[in-house]
Structure formats: C-alpha cells, structure tokens
Design a protein around this ligand. Sequence first.
Ligand SMILES: C[S@@+](CC[C@H](N)C(=O)[O-])C[C@H]1O[C@@H](n2cnc3c(N)ncnc32)[C@H](O)[C@@H]1O
Length: 447
Amino acid sequence: MSDHTDITWTEDVRPTKPRRGREADHGDGTPVLPAPLTHTTPWHSESGLPAPRRVIVADDRMKADAAYRLVCEGTALLWRGDYQGARQLLRALGRRLDRLTPKPGATPAETFHRHRQARGHRARVLGMLLVVLEDDHGLALRRAPDVRAACTEAYGPPRHRTVVSLRELLGVIGAHEWRRKGVPIPALDARIHPHYGVFSPVRGEYVDLVGEAPLPAAAEGAPATAFDLGTGTGVLAAVLAHRGLDRVVATDSSPRALACARDNVERLGIGDRVHVTDSGDLYPTGRAALVVCNPPWLPARPTSTVEQGVYDPGSAMLLAFLDGLAEHLEPGGEGWLILSDLAEHLGLRTRDELVGAFDAAGLRVVDRLDAKPRHPARATPPTPCTRPAPPRSRPCGGSPRRAEPQAEFALVAGDSVVRPHGRGASYMSSGRRWNASCPVSGRIIRK
Ligand SMILES: C[S@@+](CC[C@H](N)C(=O)[O-])C[C@H]1O[C@@H](n2cnc3c(N)ncnc32)[C@H](O)[C@@H]1O
C-alpha cells in the first residue's frame, strides 16, 4: 500500500466559452479570468504503485491515442470529465496494451516471468488514469456511481481527499459487489462474503474436496480440533465446522483476511466453534486432529499486498506448514494440503522438490484427491478479491492448449498417522489438466 506522497496538478478553471458580460473586465473589455488552480492531494494505492510524478487534467475531449501516448510516457491523467467516459478511456487504453503480447520465453518459467512483467507494465500504465475521492470518499464526476460504501470497506473510513487510480477504484467497486452478494459454497449450503484483497473461493473446486475428503480417525468420536492455516475468507474453517469438527482455529498473516474470516464466521453463526486468531504465527498453539492449509499457489514474489494470497516467495508458507505439521498433529491426525500444480507447469517448482519437502518434514502422503474444475480454461492464477476476474482467452504466453492450471489436493499425513491402507492411500492430483499427461497418481507408502 502506498499513500505517503502527494499528487499536485494545476487546473484551468476558466470557462471554455467566455460568458459575455458576466466577468469583471480590465477596463478595456477583456475579461478578468480566474487564475489556474494548483491542487495538492495525497495519493493512495493499495497495490503499492508509486505516485505519478507528472499529472495533467484530462476530460472527455481527450482522444484515446493521445491519452495512450501520454500515459506510456509517464504522464498521469487526472480525470475531470464524465465517469463513464473515463471507463471507456480505460478500456481503450487496455485494448492498446493488449496488442503488446510478450514473446514466449525459452522455458515456461521464463515465459511466466515475461508474462508477469507485461502484467506489471499494464498495471502501471492503466494506473495512470486518476480520479479524486472527495473527503467523504465520494466521486464528484458526472454520472459517477456512489462509491462511498465500497471505498470505506476497502480503504477504511474517509479522512481526507485522496487521488486513486480509476483501475484500482473499479476493483474496489467489484469487490464491494462480491462482498455484498457473496459466493455460493455448495459444501456449506451457504454463501461466503469475500472482502477486498482477500483470496476469494470463487473458483471453489478445492472447497468441495475439503467438504468430501474422508475425515481422519482422530477427528471422529471424541471432540476434535482442526486448524485452518491461511484461512482467507474462512471458507475452509467453515466447511470443517459444517462437517462436525467441534473446534476450528484459523490463522492468517493478512489483517484483511482475519477481519473477513471473522465476518463470515459470524454471518454463518459458527463463532462458538471457529476461532480466528491473530497471533501472527502460522500455527496456533497445541495440536489438532486435522490441519488444513491452502497456501498461495505460486512460489514467486508478490508485487503488492493484495497478491499475498497468490504468491508465496520461496514456498515459505508451504514449507512452514510441512515443517510444523508433525509436531502439531494428534495421534491419528492428518494434514490436508491444497495445492495447484500450476507452479510445476510453470517450472517454478518441481514435483521432486515437493515430494522431497514431504520427506524432509518426516511426512508420508496417504491420499491424493482431484478436483474437477467447473470453470473455463484460465491462464493466470486466481486473484485475491478485487473484482470478478473475467475468463481469459489466452494463456500466459504459451499456446492456448497449455493453459490449464490445476487445483491439486494432497492429503499429507504426519508420522503419527494410522490410516488404513485400503482407504485409498494414493497421491492424486486434481482438476483440469495443464496438458494431457499431467496428473501424477500413485500410492505413497509410509516411511
Ligand atoms: C490461497 S489463499 C487461501 C485462503 C483460504 N484458505 C481458501 O482456501 O480460500 C492463502 C492464504 O494464506 C495467507 N498467508 C500467506 N502467507 C501466510 C503466512 N506466512 N502465514 C499465514 N497466512 C499466510 C494469505 O493471506 C491467504 O489468505
């Protein structure tokens, strides 16, 4: 998040057509016109974009080609025209940027790297169309919607006027709609309401897996505790409570996620069984019969706080989950790892590295389940909730046929696990195939 720099711009407040007889004149008939006004207003960017250095005022008279030239040169446009006109201009800029498809790299990892660079460039350029949020978070533009509630949810209560990018604001508005309507979760027979910047279960195949996987022996019978690490919206914690776990403890490093999970738990009326904790640690204290973790799927550096649900630099959270699992499981307990194999297809992590991490943590895999995707082919990883992500027609640099991220679900058992062999001790992958030969399936034998 970046909001420590001011934006300064000069606005010509003279009427476009001189209104005869209205203005005072200099005594010779030439009107006295108001001097241009210079404004200085704090900049705010949730994705951490730096404040543009050069800003000019623009309105509906600006043509898309001229606007594109300016924003590519680093000149931001502070919009003073019609709100719908600004959205049209943003779309026109997006179409021009779409023509800059990055060339595929020599390896999938390089292709992915170039793709991210291109997305970063796109975000920076589109982030150059700016609007002013007034000191009540309102937008003083013609035909503008009332964005005050959406902005208060995403930014907190208004304190002063702020300049934000229109692109970010559209994300804030989209997220507000998702939060209001909620995402239907069949495994809960209820809706989950994602907050802005929190990983949304909008592609919910993995949620069904958690709803359907056989519970470990340790979770049946006596009152059982489960942990949900990196709970996001709290969806998996809620599913576990729905399945009868007596106590679920949920953690997350993101304050937005913690607030969102608490909100959902309250809405669902399960606050007495699901405890959302903000200790700052990945694991709560104590042991659990079941530990569920859906870490960010890609081992790469997030470029903003809102990307922290998707990118896990150096697989840090994944490894911390695996390393801590054995000492947090009760006898007969299990850890459930939800993991896309997209990282493998992008060359960011190998299957051997993953299996090696299971080994190094003293774990064995007793089962693996696949999710069948219900969504169209997608090229990019799921996004935190900023707005509904439209289906993409092109993959991230490869051919369209290779663009299927796959939600993989592995059940990883700790040293203490005693899971009957006959219950399908296999290591299964899930979902849509990146390509036809993708899924690995085999039994993992206890060490
Ligand atoms: C892929 S999202 C999963 C969210 C939710 N469990 C679900 O399945 O929809 C990963 C979550 O892990 C959280 N996270 C990332 N790094 C973390 C860490 N080191 N400790 C705790 N939570 C972390 C993110 O904030 C995010 O909410």
